[in-house]
Write a protein that binds this ligand. Structure first.
Ligand code: ATP
Ligand code: MG
Length: 282
């Protein structure tokens, strides 16, 4: 499959601090790729490099085959959508008027505004003044603006960090629909269930390098210890190790008709994250 993003030996040093040391990955066309890592691990820095807002110290970052100055040109800008927290909205204008300005800038027909507002669940808020929006509404307006020109590739830096579960779910559904229509998505998040539901593959960034990269399901299998948890009719719940010893235990409970349920103990992405980075999510 065609690579849309190609990153090789990427490093970024700020003064005497190394943010990225040796980062390697690629993102394929049509993929939703999750870029995970603790706070300060360099996720936003990577997005800034890939979107031409920052230059790497060494290594290569290519998107659509473009590098360096190619990542700042207009053709590239039209192909990508970038959602970060630096708003750039006109505070005293309404949501709709802000989006109209963007339509004009990108040569997008204004009827597209209704479509993107519906996608982020803001159809009734178009007349609201931006400075009066809640944090979650503002995040959704920014996402709407990102989607306005129907980019082929989306960079979403924590797209649901300020949203309640209902709005997050709606955004997830919207992103899934976009992805089904062919949009490639590069996403950072601290929400491991978001990564698990949306991403085809995830990378764990830590200490300047990608520590792990695979499909969520493959990672869960890789980190599973083979143990199972059995719920017994007498109310007890017991964890049984994998292997033949565990199988004998399971058999003895089953043959005496004591079992209510058996679940395999696959780790979640959150468990794997903690194991890799040695710390809780922030
Ligand atoms: N312009 C800058 N000048 C100096 N240091 C910077 C700059 N931008 C980022 N850094 C440093 O680079 C490191 C990576 O920051 P970055 O914002 O990429 O992390 P992140 O993974 O996005 O974190 P978070 O999850 O908190 O958003 C941090 O130590 C940060 O302080
Ligand atoms: Mg960040």
């Amino acid at each position: 499959m065609e690579n849309i993003i190609d990153v090789k030996n990427l490093a970024k040093v700020f003064g005497n601090q190394t943010a990225l040391e040796d980062v390697n990955f690629n993102v394929k066309k049509g993929e939703t790729f999750g870029f995970l890592g603790p706070s300060g691990s360099g996720k936003t820095t990577t997005i800034k490099i890939l979107t031409g807002q920052l230059q790497q110290t060494t290594g290569e970052a290519a998107v659509f085959g473009l590098k360096g100055a190619g990542l700042t040109n207009g053709t590239y800008r039209r192909k990508i959508g970038v959602l970060t927290d630096n708003s750039g909205l006109y505070q005293r204008l309404s949501v709709e008027d802000n989006l109209k300005l963007y339509c004009d800038l990108y040569d997008v027909p204004r009827k597209r505004i209704d479509e993107v507002l519906a996608l982020v669940n803001l159809s009734d808020e178009g007349k609201k003044i931006v400075s009066k929006l809640s944090k979650g509404m503002l995040q959704r307006v920014l996402l709407a603006r990102t989607l306005l020109h129907e980019p082929e590739l989306l960079f979403l830096d924590e797209p649901t960090s300020a949203l309640d579960p209902v709005n997050s779910k709606q955004i997830h559904e919207g992103l899934r629909r976009l992805n089904e229509k062919g949009t490639t998505i590069f996403l950072t998040t601290h929400d491991m269930s978001e990564a698990e539901t949306l991403c085809d593959r995830v990378a764990f960034l830590h200490k300047g390098k990608i520590q792990l990269l695979d499909e969520p399901q493959a990672l869960r299998r890789q980190f599973a210890d083979g143990s199972v948890t059995i719920e017994l009719k007498d109310g007890r719940t017991i964890k049984v190790p994998g292997g033949s010893e565990g199988a004998d235990t399971v058999y003895s409970y089953m043959s005496t008709d004591q079992v209510v349920s058996i679940h395999s103990n696959e780790p979640t992405l959150g468990d794997i994250f903690v194991e890799i980075t040695g710390r809780e999510l922030i």
